[in-house]
Ligand binder design. Structure first.
Ligand code: 5GP
Length: 186
């Protein structure tokens, strides 16, 4: 089994978090990289499980001291991946999954780490909008911004090696697991 670095990107509302959680439950050889963010926790989110919630000064200090493997500003907040965590896991023979945006995804693709890149597509923009609204966690202005951002992100899907359409959740989960199994088998 080869240790691989997986990047999963998607416009928000594509159902990526649900998909990734289902995959992590079934792929025991895969470890999730918990990102750092300056975003405030949503209801139910736990520090150290969903994200490491940090303030802007602390975040920028991590960037300045070279601790971030990649980082990006997404929807006015900063998000970044710890380089040490990823390198330690890969060195120990452990595959790692990064749930990151397209800007971060492109940085990892250019890093020489030879990632396996997967883009999750919503079935349509209409369904994406319904999902964003149905989540009920974000204000109208935030939803508008995320929809605009989604269009730009979808434009970048051609940089990704695999595209999975998240229409029927179980089928998308199976497709993702199949990609991971095939990539880690060689
Ligand atoms: P949310 O605020 O909805 O949890 O995430 C917003 C976006 O930030 C998602 O597209 C998510 O994949 C992305 N994101 C989460 N962590 C990271 C990270 O460490 N780096 C980058 N570049 N994007 C991230």
């Amino acid at each position: 089994m080869a240790a691989k670095l997986f990047i999963v990107s998607a416009p928000s509302g594509a159902g990526k978090t649900t998909l990734v959680n289902a995959v992590l439950k079934r792929c025991h050889g895969l470890v999730y990289s918990i990102s750092h963010t300056t975003r405030k926790p949503r209801q139910g989110e736990v520090h150290g499980r969903d994200y490491f919630f940090t303030d802007k000064a602390q975040f920028m200090e991590m960037v300045a001291s070279g601790q971030m493997l990649e980082w990006a500003q997404v929807h006015e907040n900063c998000y970044g991946t710890s380089g040490l965590f990823v390198q330690n896991q890969l060195a120990a023979g452990q595959s790692v999954l990064l749930d990151i945006d397209v800007q971060g995804g492109r940085q990892i693709m250019d890093s020489g780490l030879n990632p396996v890149s997967i883009f999750i597509m919503p079935p349509s923009l209409e369904i994406l909008e319904q999902r964003l609204r149905g989540r009920g966690t974000d204000a109208e202005e935030v939803i508008r911004k995320r929809l605009d951002n989604a269009k730009g992100e979808i434009d970048q899907k051609s940089f990704y090696a695999h595209v999975v359409v998240n229409d029927v959740l179980d089928e998308a989960v199976a497709e993702l697991i199949d990609i991971i199994d095939r990539e880690t088998a060689n």
